[in-house]
Design a protein around this ligand. Sequence first.
Ligand code: FE2
Length: 195
Amino acid sequence: MKFELPALPYKKDALEPHMSKETLEYHYDKHHRGYLKKLAGLIEGKPEGEKSLEDIIRSSDGGVFNNAAQVWNHTFFWNSMEPKGGGQPGGDVARRIKDSFGSYEKFHEAFTSTGSSRFGSGYVWLVRDGDRIRCLSTLNAENPLLQRSTPLLTCDVWEHAYYLDHRNERAKYLDVFLRHLVNWDFVAEQLKKAA
Ligand code: FE2
């Protein structure tokens, strides 16, 4: 794999006022870059250096797993958002939400409660398992690739993701994420890949 940090898909101030430039400066430049740097140091000159990031995640543990998964998770998280995003999706995503949750409102409740109830640090995800989509949360660096579920959307619920903008109010952050930041086109692309 190449040890390059993928560029953010938007400018650092493009998600304001819902996610600040300061949050992205720390989260992307310090945290995400830091995980990549640590991973590069851990696998330099080792067989893992020839593997894809996904293969490293599926075949490692300890520090290598944690840093590789955090690199992957953050890239997926940046792509899960867009300026002027959020609100209700249309098309295939809307149909699948209705089929699996009953309504968009029930999905909103499931996503925010799953993310709010994750004790400590982690992520809340929308994933596809066969014909169904569902919400789940993972601890620390873990992600749905380990459970053979197909990730469609994620929100980082580590405190570093929301403390500057929302202090300790994780539920408020998750509500803002769904109302103003979700990139539903990205979710639709992941659904097509999993078809
Ligand atoms: Fe993070």
